[in-house]
Design a binder for this molecule. Structure first.
Ligand code: GLA
Length: 416
């Protein structure tokens, strides 16, 4: 059997910057003032916990979205993307509004325009129009947060162009200021693009640090670094982008969120993260769907804390690696059986990776398609990827794509 195995390589920052510089120059006939980048992410564990006030553990990917930008004197935003053959688009800063308003912005420009709008709504002064060219090596529709990468690249670009003083650099981030940028990016996505997501992706893209995972308390915004050095132990994080069609995703995501909010109201807590006694809470619920969703969320928060403790307890080998593997596996099984957000493609990738000796495998992101992650021996990456591709071919699924994830820099300027 010979299924093709395709790995999506991350561009170097120099390569990414060159691409958007060229696109900018060809589109606007001038040099950009600068180039900014923001990464996609994988979440190691803590799935569907962010909008429940819980905790998560993302890393930033080496795969990034690049934005070449220049300020303008007026309030026009001009945008062009290598992934959109519609040419230059234009939006006025004065005609941006929530997705359900007369000033709705259609398509991907909503993620860009929404950030500028949300910063102005938050009282940030000094923003004007700008010209922008975008390109990205974060695969789209893969559950790896390509939309957050777009928002966050624009956010750090606006910060520099209009001297907002919020971002610092990728190497020395201004973490307090970045919280304001995270909030604006979330608002852009929730209000202007109309996707009711929970904020994990934007925090990951702006607040992760190179070489470690990010403990993120989604309610307080508190973060801490957590060791995650796979390479030191001869391990790799294999990401399978299932390429599964997931057209129902938005409705299903919103439904999960609404069920959690209804269960929290029923239990008399603000958010499900406030549930202290899982079994007692479940006893109080009549609705079987709510029971399953609550069980997932409460257990997943506990698994995330346990995973952080394990990663902090010593190098990722032996017992530590076994504990992490058990927690990854438990997370996936709970997302499959209790939260019901997996699909045959995700389950197949996870099952094959486990059967081939992965140290834990699970879906990452929202689910209903998207990607799964597996901790594997570095010298087994090709063999496991091939086995997954072959299982997909046999099942008649779309061909999967792969990439390797290692904890990378957050959003910032590209110094060329
Ligand atoms: C998507 C959303 C996030 C988060 C995850 C699930 O990625 O954008 O806010 O809810 O799903 O953990």
């Amino acid at each position: 059997m010979g299924a093709d195995v395709y790995f999506t390589e991350a561009w170097t920052q120099t390569e990414g910057a060159q691409r958007v510089r060229t696109l900018f120059e060809n589109s606007y006939g001038a040099q950009p003032a600068g180039v900014w980048q923001a990464p996609g992410r994988v979440n190691l564990i803590g799935e569907h916990t962010d909008y429940n006030g819980g905790v998560a553990l993302p890393i930033a990917l080496p795969h990034r979205t690049y934005a070449a930008m220049s300020p303008r004197e007026d309030r026009t935003i001009r945008l062009v993307s290598a992934q959109d053959d519609g040419g230059i688009r234009e939006v006025s800063l004065d005609e941006i509004g929530p997705a359900d308003s007369a000033h709705r912005v259609e398509g991907w420009p909503a993620y860009v325009a929404g950030v500028a709008w949300a910063l102005e709504q938050a009282g940030v002064e000094g923003i004007r129009g700008f010209d922008l060219a975008i390109d990205s090596c974060v695969p789209f529709g893969s559950g790896l947060s390509s939309s957050a990468a777009l928002e966050c690249a624009v956010a750090v670009g606006l910060d520099a162009l209009f001297e907002l003083g919020l971002a610092g650099s990728a190497e020395e981030p201004n973490d307090e200021g970045r919280k304001t940028l995270v909030a604006a990016c979330i608002r852009a996505e929730n209000d202007v693009a109309g996707a009711n997501t929970g904020g994990l992706d934007q925090a990951a893209s702006l607040r992760c640090r190179e070489g470690e995972a990010l403990f993120l308390d989604c309610r307080t915004g508190r973060t801490e670094g957590v060791p995650f050095d796979l390479a030191a132990e001869g391990l790799a994080l294999l990401v399978t982008d299932t390429r599964a069609p997931h057209s129902l995703a938005d409705g299903q995501y919103n439904e999960r969120r609404a069920t959690c909010e209804a269960a929290a109201a029923e239990l008399g807590v603000d958010v499900l993260a406030d549930v202290t006694d899982r079994d007692a809470a479940i006893e109080k619920l009549d609705d079987e769907t709510q029971v399953k969703r609550v069980r997932h969320v409460v257990d997943e928060i506990e698994r995330t804390y346990a995973c952080i403790d394990a990663l902090r307890s010593g190098p990722l080998r032996g017992d530590v690696l076994d504990q992490v593997a058990t927690l990854f596996d438990g997370s996936h099984d709970s997302l499959r059986d209790d939260y019901e957000v997996t699909c045959p493609e995700l389950d197949t990738a996870v099952d094959v990776a486990r059967a081939k000796g992965a140290h834990g495998a699970r879906m990452t992101g929202g689910g209903f398609g998207g990607s799964c992650i597996a901790i594997v021996a570095a010298d087994q990456v090709d063999e496991i990827a091939r086995a997954i591709a072959e299982a997909y071919a046999e099942a008649g699924f779309n061909a999967p794509q792969f990439l390797l994830a290692s904890p990378s820099l957050p959003a910032g300027a590209v110094s060329e």
